[in-house]
Design a binder for this molecule. Structure first.
Ligand SMILES: [Zn+2]
Length: 413
């Protein structure tokens, strides 16, 4: 479990209800039945005042706060089982354009509301269940101006900074294990589902299952250690994924995704391998990086607290050796995948992916295929395809290290 308490607390949280994180103990595994259940949600009001109401099986604590650029309202609640009707949150009303909900950490769920303009949280509370009626979570938003919106965020930050927990330590060392460490990074998770197939399958599940198969393939050889940035349906920020790889001394970082192309943009198929670049190799790579970089926005992470701005990326690009290793691995991967699985017509691309910006860890991002393409989706959902693709990537990792080690030895002689 690598989701850090620090990043959780850094979000600039305003305690609206009398709730504290300490009071929430994460439920034991398998305790899903004892979790509160959300069954219905409704929106009311207009562009000056909007109310959100959600029925919950019992009273829960909540904390609400706002984020800027884009304007969002975030509700942090204990882990809840969402049994809301399909498409809930896809369209909005009044000040709320749309909303998302899901797990952000063990024991914690989150709702993120995209709002049309600056808003003030007028009220956020939960009414207890009574006389057979469920408990009700109520969020009242009123329109405000940008200046007051930003002033309030600054104030909330000041309040929350005074009770930050100490920063989380690095993950435990591998006990002197000299084998190279491969970090596998299944994209998205929890509240951030990633792309969605027309038939409903979501990227976060597809890539997690694939990453587990890949881990097993790599570990089988006994030559490498593997660390995964997530092993369950949990949200992890992009910065934490990078940090995890760096702190653990990774020799290679492989982020795994499944793309989707909006229907109006035609059809595309096949796997692609991306490396970091300041300037995208083409417009499709630029679109994709922008989409993948939105993961933190989707999950309600305050980007201000993440030191991964464009200047940082440029600085990191100065790390030429890492860049050249990333590119070597990307080439190896594409040539090994050729023949084994279907590739995109231009399978090697680059763009400004936040998750690839570790200056000292060779990093690539693999898009396994397009969930929007029928043939690709069939592959992505097939167990035998997943196994074959995982074996191919594992083989490429082995040949990359084999070449890399020889090079390192030659350099030392
Ligand atoms: Zn993705």
């Amino acid at each position: 479990m690598f989701v850090r308490a620090a990043s959780w607390a850094l979000l600039g949280i305003l305690a609206v209800a009398a709730a504290s994180a300490e009071e929430r103990s994460p439920p034991a595994p398998g305790a899903a039945d004892s979790l509160p259940v959300a069954t219905a949600a409704r929106l009311g009001g207009d562009e000056s005042q909007t109310r959100f109401v959600m029925d919950v099986s019992r009273k829960i604590d909540l904390r609400a706060f706002t984020l800027a650029d884009p304007y969002r309202v975030v509700l942090d609640i204990p882990q809840v089982t969402f049994r809301l009707p399909p498409k809930t949150g896809e369209s909005g009303r009044g000040l709320i354009k749309a909303f998302r909900f899901g797990l952000v950490m063990l024991g914690g769920s989150r709702m993120v509301f995209d709002v049309a303009k600056p808003v003030r949280i007028d009220k956020a509370f939960v009414i207890d269940a009574a006389d057979g009626a469920p408990a009700r979570l109520v969020l009242d938003l009123v329109a405000t101006d940008r200046e007051s919106f930003l002033r309030r965020i600054a104030l909330e930050e000041k309040l929350s900074r005074s009770n930050l927990p100490p920063p989380a330590g690095a993950p435990p060392a591998a006990g002197g294990d000299p084998r190279p460490l491969v970090v596998l990074d299944p994209g998205h998770g929890g509240i951030d589902t990633g792309t969605r197939a027309p038939s409903g399958e979501v990227e976060k599940d597809i890539v997690l299952d694939f990453a587990k198969r890949l881990r097993d393939c790599i570990e089988k050889s006994g030559k490498y250690r593997v660390l995964m940035t997530r092993t369950d349906d949990t949200f992890v920020t992009l910065a934490d994924r990078v940090r995890m790889a760096r702190d653990a001394g990774a020799a290679l970082f492989v982020s795994i995704h499944a793309d989707s192309l909006p229907r109006r943009e035609g059809d595309a198929q096949g796997a692609s391998v991306y490396t970091l670049s300041e300037k995208a190799s083409d417009s499709e790579a630029a679109r994709l990086a922008e989409q993948e970089n939105r993961a933190d926005v989707i999950a309600g992470v305050d980007l201000k607290t993440e030191p991964d701005d464009v200047a940082g990326i440029l600085l990191d690009l100065a790390q030429r050796e890492t860049k050249s290793f990333s590119s070597q691995f990307a080439h190896t991967l594409v040539s090994d995948m050729k023949g084994a699985i279907r590739l995109h017509k231009t399978p090697l691309k680059s763009a400004g992916f936040r998750v690839l910006r570790a200056p000292d860890v060779p990093s690539v991002l693999v898009e396994l295929g397009y969930v929007s393409n029928r043939e690709d989706l069939r592959s992505l959902l097939s167990e035998s395809w997943r196994d074959r693709a995982a074996e191919t990537v594992a083989r490429a990792i082995a040949s990359y290290f084999a070449a890399h080690m020889v090079g390192a030895r030659a350099g030392a002689n």
